[in-house]
Every structure is written in C-alpha cells, then in structure tokens.
Design a protein around this ligand. Structure first.
Ligand code: SF4
Length: 132
C-alpha cells in the first residue's frame, strides 16, 4: 500500500488499494487505524440504536453513491483528489468550480451527504454542518 505524506498528515489514497469489492484483502494485516475504526453507523448498531438489517440499506446507498462518483472520475484521479479539487474551488473565486465536471461534483456531494448523515462524526462532516 502506497503511503502518502503531506505536511504533518500521513495516509493513503482512497479508494483503498486493499479494498476488493466489499472485502479487505489485507484484513489480517490491516493498519491499526482500520482495526480500531468504528463509523457512526457501526457504533449505532453496537449500541442497539439501529438493527443490522436496517443498516444494510444505508450501506448499500453509500456504496451506490461511491460507485456513482467513481464512474465519473478521470482514470488518474481518486475520490480524495476530487474532494481536494472541490475544497480548492470553494476557496477560490468559484471559477475552478465551473471547470469541475458538474455531474461529478453532484455525485460527490450526494456521497458526502450519505456519509455525513450516517457514517461520520459531526466534527468530520464534509458538506453537512459540522456540529462544532
Ligand atoms: S480495512 Fe483498511 S486496509 Fe482494509 S480495505 Fe478498509 S481501509 Fe483498506
């Protein structure tokens, strides 16, 4: 897995190269961050706030939204790249946003809405209010 470093952050490009469909091909040796990470939906399942059967359609919706983004990405671009492009456009005078493919930006927004609503902590949200 190629590790990326920028400023004081270290990570890897998404989608993760170890992800094969819905499976982690590096499951036994996955990084500690993966071992300990629990999204908000999983936490809600653990707490009995949502039944696993009710969580599955939400996961399917997120996967469909991610597939819609991936289908529109240029071959050399990742979802992380697209988010970076969206952030840069928002910080610019807006002209950069006009260059971005509108369908891609809409699909990315739909994906982040699903992730914000069900998977991310309030402080991690990308498009919904961060709840800070
Ligand atoms: S668990 Fe970690 S290593 Fe495995 S696919 Fe997911 S992000 Fe990648």
């Amino acid at each position: 897995m190629a590790i990326l470093a920028a400023k004081d952050e270290v990570g890897f490009a998404l989608p993760c190269p170890a992800l094969d469909g819905a499976f982690c091909i590096a499951y036994a040796t996955r990084p500690a961050t993966c071992r300990t990470y629990r999204c908000e939906l999983l936490r809600a399942c653990d707490a009995g706030q949502i039944a696993p059967a009710d969580a599955l359609p939400i996961i399917a919706r997120a996967r469909d939204a991610a597939a819609a983004v991936l289908a529109q990405l240029p071959p050399d671009e990742t979802i992380t790249d697209a988010r970076r492009r969206r952030r840069e456009a928002a910080a610019s005078d807006g002209a950069a946003m006009l260059i971005a493919p509108p369908g891609l930006m809409i699909a990315l927004g739909m994906l982040d809405l699903v992730l914000d609503e069900h998977f991310r902590k309030p402080g991690e949200r990308q498009v919904m209010p961060r709840g800070e």
